[in-house]
Design a protein around this ligand. Structure first.
Ligand SMILES: CC(C)(COP(=O)(O)OP(=O)(O)OC[C@H]1O[C@@H](n2cnc3c(N)ncnc32)[C@H](O)[C@@H]1OP(=O)(O)O)[C@@H](O)C(=O)NCCC(=O)NCCS
Length: 179
Protein backbone atom coordinates (compact mmCIF):
# COMPACT_ATOMS: atom_id res chain seq x y z
CA UNK A 1 0.00 0.00 0.00
CA UNK A 2 1.98 2.94 -1.29
CA UNK A 3 -0.87 5.41 -1.25
CA UNK A 4 -0.31 8.58 0.79
CA UNK A 5 -3.10 9.68 3.08
CA UNK A 6 -4.17 13.05 4.44
CA UNK A 7 -5.29 12.99 8.08
CA UNK A 8 -7.30 15.42 10.17
CA UNK A 9 -7.58 16.15 13.89
CA UNK A 10 -9.59 18.71 15.85
CA UNK A 11 -7.12 21.52 15.11
CA UNK A 12 -4.79 20.15 12.46
CA UNK A 13 -4.68 18.95 8.89
CA UNK A 14 -1.86 16.48 8.30
CA UNK A 15 -1.00 16.78 4.64
CA UNK A 16 1.42 14.45 2.82
CA UNK A 17 4.79 16.16 2.54
CA UNK A 18 5.61 17.67 -0.84
CA UNK A 19 8.75 19.57 -1.90
CA UNK A 20 6.81 22.83 -2.13
CA UNK A 21 6.34 22.86 1.65
CA UNK A 22 10.06 23.55 2.14
CA UNK A 23 9.38 27.25 1.58
CA UNK A 24 7.06 27.25 4.60
CA UNK A 25 8.96 24.99 7.00
CA UNK A 26 12.51 26.22 6.37
CA UNK A 27 12.08 29.20 8.72
CA UNK A 28 11.41 26.75 11.53
CA UNK A 29 13.74 23.94 10.48
CA UNK A 30 16.68 26.33 10.23
CA UNK A 31 16.23 26.91 13.98
CA UNK A 32 18.93 25.02 15.86
CA UNK A 33 16.51 24.17 18.69
CA UNK A 34 14.90 21.62 16.34
CA UNK A 35 18.17 19.72 15.98
CA UNK A 36 19.65 19.63 19.47
CA UNK A 37 19.35 15.85 19.69
CA UNK A 38 20.26 14.97 16.12
CA UNK A 39 22.42 17.74 14.66
CA UNK A 40 23.69 15.48 11.87
CA UNK A 41 20.18 15.31 10.39
CA UNK A 42 19.85 19.07 10.15
CA UNK A 43 19.38 20.14 6.49
CA UNK A 44 22.10 22.71 5.69
CA UNK A 45 20.08 24.63 3.12
CA UNK A 46 16.52 25.05 1.95
CA UNK A 47 17.48 23.15 -1.20
CA UNK A 48 18.61 20.18 0.91
CA UNK A 49 15.28 20.32 2.72
CA UNK A 50 13.43 20.37 -0.59
CA UNK A 51 15.39 17.31 -1.77
CA UNK A 52 14.55 15.55 1.49
CA UNK A 53 10.88 16.27 0.90
CA UNK A 54 11.17 14.90 -2.62
CA UNK A 55 12.47 11.63 -1.16
CA UNK A 56 9.68 11.68 1.42
CA UNK A 57 7.15 11.93 -1.38
CA UNK A 58 8.13 8.46 -2.61
CA UNK A 59 7.89 5.10 -0.86
CA UNK A 60 11.38 4.09 0.12
CA UNK A 61 13.32 1.29 1.76
CA UNK A 62 14.11 1.82 5.40
CA UNK A 63 15.88 -0.24 8.04
CA UNK A 64 17.29 -2.47 5.29
CA UNK A 65 13.99 -3.88 4.02
CA UNK A 66 11.15 -2.76 1.76
CA UNK A 67 9.32 -0.82 4.44
CA UNK A 68 7.38 2.25 3.52
CA UNK A 69 6.94 5.52 5.23
CA UNK A 70 4.47 8.35 5.26
CA UNK A 71 5.39 11.93 6.14
CA UNK A 72 3.08 14.79 6.87
CA UNK A 73 3.28 18.53 7.38
CA UNK A 74 0.97 19.52 10.27
CA UNK A 75 -1.09 22.57 9.33
CA UNK A 76 -3.15 24.46 11.93
CA UNK A 77 -6.52 24.74 10.25
CA UNK A 78 -7.60 28.08 11.72
CA UNK A 79 -4.76 30.08 10.17
CA UNK A 80 -2.95 27.57 7.92
CA UNK A 81 0.26 27.89 9.94
CA UNK A 82 2.69 24.99 9.52
CA UNK A 83 3.26 23.88 13.13
CA UNK A 84 5.30 20.70 12.72
CA UNK A 85 5.99 17.42 10.98
CA UNK A 86 5.01 13.80 11.54
CA UNK A 87 6.36 10.54 10.19
CA UNK A 88 5.34 6.89 10.33
CA UNK A 89 7.53 4.08 9.02
CA UNK A 90 5.70 0.80 8.52
CA UNK A 91 7.79 -2.31 9.01
CA UNK A 92 5.80 -5.53 9.12
CA UNK A 93 3.41 -5.23 12.05
CA UNK A 94 5.41 -2.36 13.55
CA UNK A 95 5.09 1.36 13.03
CA UNK A 96 8.02 3.61 13.93
CA UNK A 97 7.02 7.14 14.89
CA UNK A 98 8.88 10.42 14.48
CA UNK A 99 7.65 13.93 15.18
CA UNK A 100 8.69 17.54 15.41
CA UNK A 101 6.74 20.63 16.47
CA UNK A 102 8.31 23.99 15.70
CA UNK A 103 9.41 26.07 18.73
CA UNK A 104 6.71 28.75 18.39
CA UNK A 105 4.03 26.06 18.64
CA UNK A 106 5.42 23.75 21.30
CA UNK A 107 3.70 22.83 24.58
CA UNK A 108 0.23 23.28 23.08
CA UNK A 109 -0.57 19.60 22.61
CA UNK A 110 0.10 19.56 18.86
CA UNK A 111 2.52 16.62 18.88
CA UNK A 112 0.15 14.56 20.97
CA UNK A 113 -2.81 15.46 18.76
CA UNK A 114 -1.02 14.79 15.48
CA UNK A 115 0.54 11.51 16.57
CA UNK A 116 -2.73 10.21 18.02
CA UNK A 117 -4.16 10.48 14.50
CA UNK A 118 -1.07 8.81 13.05
CA UNK A 119 -1.44 5.92 15.50
CA UNK A 120 -5.09 5.42 14.55
CA UNK A 121 -4.18 5.55 10.87
CA UNK A 122 -1.32 3.07 11.33
CA UNK A 123 -3.66 0.66 13.06
CA UNK A 124 -6.73 1.03 10.90
CA UNK A 125 -5.18 1.41 7.45
CA UNK A 126 -1.72 -0.15 7.64
CA UNK A 127 -2.65 -2.88 10.14
CA UNK A 128 0.19 -1.92 12.43
CA UNK A 129 -0.03 -3.75 15.73
CA UNK A 130 2.86 -2.15 17.60
CA UNK A 131 4.05 1.47 17.70
CA UNK A 132 7.67 2.22 18.49
CA UNK A 133 9.44 5.49 19.19
CA UNK A 134 13.15 5.90 19.79
CA UNK A 135 14.75 9.04 21.12
CA UNK A 136 17.81 10.29 22.96
CA UNK A 137 17.35 9.37 26.61
CA UNK A 138 17.84 13.03 27.52
CA UNK A 139 15.10 14.27 25.15
CA UNK A 140 12.46 14.98 27.81
CA UNK A 141 10.03 16.55 25.35
CA UNK A 142 10.06 13.55 23.02
CA UNK A 143 9.66 11.18 25.98
CA UNK A 144 6.74 13.36 27.13
CA UNK A 145 5.05 12.86 23.77
CA UNK A 146 5.64 9.09 23.79
CA UNK A 147 4.21 8.80 27.29
CA UNK A 148 1.25 11.03 26.46
CA UNK A 149 0.43 8.65 23.61
CA UNK A 150 0.53 5.68 25.96
CA UNK A 151 3.88 4.26 24.89
CA UNK A 152 5.93 2.69 27.66
CA UNK A 153 9.67 2.43 28.05
CA UNK A 154 10.91 -1.02 27.08
CA UNK A 155 14.67 -0.64 26.91
CA UNK A 156 17.65 1.63 26.66
CA UNK A 157 20.52 0.99 24.29
CA UNK A 158 23.70 2.70 23.22
CA UNK A 159 23.21 5.43 20.64
CA UNK A 160 23.78 3.92 17.23
CA UNK A 161 22.41 6.52 14.83
CA UNK A 162 24.24 9.54 13.57
CA UNK A 163 23.40 12.41 15.86
CA UNK A 164 22.42 10.29 18.84
CA UNK A 165 25.09 10.56 21.46
CA UNK A 166 24.92 8.43 24.54
CA UNK A 167 21.83 6.42 25.29
CA UNK A 168 18.69 5.86 23.21
CA UNK A 169 15.37 5.09 24.91
CA UNK A 170 12.92 2.77 23.16
CA UNK A 171 9.20 3.22 23.81
CA UNK A 172 6.47 0.83 22.64
CA UNK A 173 2.68 0.55 22.50
CA UNK A 174 0.49 -2.40 21.55
CA UNK A 175 -2.09 -0.86 19.20
CA UNK A 176 -5.78 -1.58 19.52
CA UNK A 177 -8.70 -0.28 17.43
CA UNK A 178 -9.29 2.61 19.83
CA UNK A 179 -5.64 3.76 19.72
C1 LIG B 1 9.21 16.70 21.09
C2 LIG B 1 8.25 17.72 20.51
C3 LIG B 1 7.73 17.17 19.19
C4 LIG B 1 7.06 17.94 21.48
O1 LIG B 1 6.05 18.67 20.78
P1 LIG B 1 4.89 19.45 21.57
O2 LIG B 1 3.83 19.78 20.58
O3 LIG B 1 5.49 20.54 22.35
O4 LIG B 1 4.35 18.33 22.59
P2 LIG B 1 2.91 18.34 23.26
O5 LIG B 1 2.53 19.74 23.60
O6 LIG B 1 1.97 17.54 22.42
O7 LIG B 1 3.21 17.57 24.59
C5 LIG B 1 3.00 16.15 24.72
C6 LIG B 1 3.39 15.76 26.13
O8 LIG B 1 4.82 15.91 26.28
C7 LIG B 1 5.08 16.79 27.37
N1 LIG B 1 6.20 17.66 27.01
C8 LIG B 1 6.28 18.43 25.91
N2 LIG B 1 7.45 19.11 25.92
C9 LIG B 1 8.06 18.76 27.08
C10 LIG B 1 9.29 19.14 27.67
N3 LIG B 1 10.11 20.04 27.08
N4 LIG B 1 9.64 18.57 28.84
C11 LIG B 1 8.84 17.68 29.44
N5 LIG B 1 7.65 17.28 28.94
C12 LIG B 1 7.27 17.83 27.76
C13 LIG B 1 3.83 17.60 27.57
O9 LIG B 1 3.69 18.05 28.88
C14 LIG B 1 2.75 16.63 27.19
O10 LIG B 1 2.40 15.78 28.27
P3 LIG B 1 0.90 15.76 28.84
O11 LIG B 1 0.00 15.54 27.64
O12 LIG B 1 0.91 14.63 29.81
O13 LIG B 1 0.71 17.12 29.44
C15 LIG B 1 8.95 19.09 20.29
O14 LIG B 1 9.47 19.52 21.53
C16 LIG B 1 10.04 19.05 19.27
O15 LIG B 1 9.77 19.05 18.08
N6 LIG B 1 11.32 19.04 19.71
C17 LIG B 1 12.45 19.09 18.77
C18 LIG B 1 12.52 17.91 17.84
C19 LIG B 1 12.48 16.59 18.60
O16 LIG B 1 13.18 16.40 19.59
N7 LIG B 1 11.66 15.65 18.07
C20 LIG B 1 11.55 14.32 18.63
C21 LIG B 1 12.61 13.47 18.06
S1 LIG B 1 12.64 11.81 18.72
Amino acid sequence: MNERHALATARLDLVPTEPGYAERTWTHLSDERMWRFFPAMRPPTIEALRLRYERFAHPMPYLGAPERWENWICIRREDEAAVGEAQATYAGASCYLAYGVFPAFQRQGFAREAMSAVLRHAHDVHRSRVAIAEMAASNAASIGVARALGLVHVKSKPGEHVGYDGTVSVYRLQLRPSA
